[in-house]
Design a protein around this ligand. Sequence first.
Ligand SMILES: NC(=O)c1ccc[n+]([C@@H]2O[C@H](COP(=O)([O-])OP(=O)(O)OC[C@H]3O[C@@H](n4cnc5c(N)ncnc54)[C@H](O)[C@@H]3O)[C@@H](O)[C@H]2O)c1
Length: 359
Amino acid sequence: MNGRRRLGVAVAGFGWMGRVHTQAYARVLHHFPQLPVHPVLVAVADDAPDLAAEAAGRFGFATATRDWRDLAADPRVEAVSITAPNFLHREIGVGLARAGRHIWIEKPVGLTGADARAVAQAVTTAGVQATVGFNYRNAPAVATARQLIADGELGLVTHARFRLFSDYAADPDSALTWRYQREQGGSGVLGDLASHGVDLVRYLLGEIESLVADTAVFLTGRGNEDYVSSQLRLASGARVVLEASRIAVGAQNSYGFDVHGTRGAVFWDFRRMNELGVSVGTAHRNVYTGPGHGEYAAFQPVPANAMGYDDLKVIEAYHFLRSIADGTPYGATLEDAVRAAAVLDAMTRSAQSRTWITV
Ligand SMILES: NC(=O)c1ccc[n+]([C@@H]2O[C@H](COP(=O)([O-])OP(=O)(O)OC[C@H]3O[C@@H](n4cnc5c(N)ncnc54)[C@H](O)[C@@H]3O)[C@@H](O)[C@H]2O)c1
């Protein structure tokens, strides 16, 4: 197709993220025409009755099935988005990697660090490519913050705050889906939101050496955590406060960070994701992202034309497909997922033992 190699892709689990991944495959060449592969929607799997068939009709997959194993057996399928609930990440991830399929897998990659390591091991053994859904690092303002920090514009980073507050689980009468059960959703808000925060800490500031954490289940009937707060010590010596809540009434996706250094600071809020606050000394400016910031130029030719959440997934699709085409990883990898999961496991242990834990 247009000189590009056709690449058969499939989606396993067609809920919210299944749809977003599918739309990213459909749009990726519009924004990244340099890709040498052309993703073709071959198959969709979802075990809910009629859901896959409905998705195939609406989005143009050639085949629909209720069993993800059919994807591993279908020779047309070369790459698969794993967008099923957390408890299935390990089984589907290991199964598809062993079957030689490249995988674009959603965070947090399983319920625990052991699950993430098992998927990583299978991917390494099979020699396939894998990309993980840590999409917030793809925001051009976040990429810009990382560059400013790496260039020393803030001086030495001393301390930072990362916040992931949402209220999607604030209603005590809302349906108890897989997200609220430990066997299916793992550690609740830790895997759901804190995982993104941990990835952003690592992406911007480097590795986490040790931590202390506290967690809480505030609403009865919930089998896993509603809230986590943690103090982190980084290998660089910087100190970080990370806090995540899924029951913060009124905080609708209040995700972001403040990073402070000896010369300046950066401030980011996902709800205004195209802006980055930059303070150097006493001068503060609000930078609107534009061409030259991260992958912004793939979307708009002039600054301050706002990008949205789905665009972050288009960038992720680009990283995934480029990894496959070049045979080398781009973007967030399973190594990142394994390290993030180890930090989340350490938070759980720290909350239980009420002690500092070395990661
Ligand atoms: N990166 C992000 O910003 C982000 C946002 C939301 C969710 N996620 C992650 O994406 C994953 C999916 O979350 P979601 O919000 O799309 O969930 P969802 O509940 O909307 O969708 C999950 C889908 O998987 C299907 N499913 C369940 N069991 C299955 C099986 N055995 N085989 C095939 N399909 C099966 C369900 O029927 C459902 O359609 C989770 O791991 C979550 O952590 C990431």
